[in-house]
Design a protein around this ligand. Sequence first.
Ligand code: CA
Length: 249
Amino acid sequence: MYTSEAVQYPSKTDIRTTNRILVVEDEELIRETIVLALEEEGYIAVAVADGRAALEYLSNSGPNSGETTFDLLVLDLMLPQINGLDICRLLRYQGNTIPILILSAKGSETDRVLGLEVGADDYLTKPFSMRELVARCRALLRRQRLTATPDPILEHKDITMYPQECRVLVRGEEVNLSPKEFRLLELFMSYTRRVWSREQLLDQVWGPDFVGDSKTVDVHIRWLREKLEQDPSRPEYIVTIRGFGYRFG
Ligand code: CA
């Protein structure tokens, strides 16, 4: 027989601060090992074996919505039915901002970049240690807490962008950008110092269905430079990286 002292129920606050992690992995042994490792760390881990089940768990209107809000998604790339990249893409398209850690047997740069470009937050290549997985999960959850109130302003040197207001100030003066120029600049400012190829910029700003020449990118970069740079012939914001593409900052 238990007394009230003997049984310690978690308080409401405890329940809310316990992070819930959804694990999507079709290989049973890996799936169970991950769940055990996360539970040992004190997380609540729910595991599913395919993409469709994952989307059901994560969709707001799904049968499992309500009490099953997750703070992090651990997502295998190679899955039956719907693969990990498509799940990522779909969730982001739906406006779901859950942090995503991708797991993959593939380790090439292309897969990593692709994973991050479809909206994953981090990437772990198999085989990995459970210690590393737990550390990555912890880092993503911490980062999510820090960005819970996102700062909507992008700033770099003399350029300030207010993405939600579609406004850009350059050296204190408002400049008018076309939608494509705006989107280019927003992308650049979100990833300062990252080098983008023309194809990547076309894909991100014009979309994968755009039919045309990568010269389009050069033309828009020139227009953008004229609006941003003090001396467009010697740009300090949008720098050409010969043989690769462009970098901001
Ligand atoms: Ca797999």
